[in-house]
Design a protein around this ligand. Sequence first.
Ligand SMILES: Nc1ncnc2c1ncn2[C@@H]1O[C@H](COP(=O)(O)OP(=O)(O)OP(=O)(O)O)[C@@H](O)[C@H]1O
Length: 312
Amino acid sequence: MIERVMGRNENGSEGIRQVNAASEPAANRTLSGNPTENATTGRQAEKTGPAMITAQNIAISYPGVKNGPAVIQDINLSIRDGSIVSLIGPSGCGKSTLLKAIAGLVPPAKGRMDIAGVTPQEAAQRRLVGLVFQEANLLPWKTALDNAAFLLQVSDKSIPANEARERAAENLRLVGLGEALTKLPSQLSGGMRQRASIARALTLNPQILLMDEPFGALDAITREEMSYLILDIWERTGKTIVLVTHSIDEAVLLSHEVHVMGVKPGRIVCSITVPLAFPRNSQSFADPRFRETEILLRDRLIESHGRPRQAS
Ligand SMILES: Nc1ncnc2c1ncn2[C@@H]1O[C@H](COP(=O)(O)OP(=O)(O)OP(=O)(O)O)[C@@H](O)[C@H]1O
């Protein structure tokens, strides 16, 4: 059977190619598959490495609510090295809490978390993890360059200031701010400030980038541009990226895998593998599998809000 699949042709160019589905190895064919739940399959998944982040039976309670129900519980997760994974779910289900646990900022009450073979706290000490939040949180009196260099300078005194600034400048160029090195945050747009905060995280050269609703405060077009920026950074650096988002489109466009979380208790209710080839771009939206995955995710999200699915 001949199938037409999206991906790289033999000459390396991107496009539709025809394959003999019967003779092509399964791992090379899965680009034409449907979104799958609770399984990691597909050529794009195969390109990623072994587990970078694992969580086993994680439960978290915050101080003061220790005797109350856990904010999140029974979290089991395996995130592969070099993959992009999204967490999506109703407000308050614990997406940020899970991200903070990966970052070593919140200790689990139960279970085991492993980041690149060490505990989250050790991973944080070794600067294996970089964080980007919804607010850029730049220091208003420092230029984009000084802001991007700052975290590295304070966290590693052995790195000479000029080297930290060189690394910061390189990352500012990577995020498209090469012309704005000397600008203050007040002279940057919201999207530019967020680019600077991404450059600041990248300057630490983490293996993992954790992003908590990084584009939540941006307009729709800037938000889409930022998605392409993340894809570009990922293509160039191969970092493992964990993204918290409320946008189904963003989750589908960017992710190898999307974990849908539910409430009471906060937990992962299903995991969906996105069957779209990389590199992804604006044309990915036109792929019928994009829409299929979006519908599947939307249904699971409605269920995770505790609401019945509408009959179609
Ligand atoms: N520092 C804290 N102390 C006590 N409770 C907290 C703390 N931070 C979060 N919570 C509670 O934990 C639960 C999960 O919060 P969290 O911010 O992780 O959810 P979320 O899914 O990221 O929400 P949103 O989508 O609205 O950002 C909420 O009930 C919240 O009130």
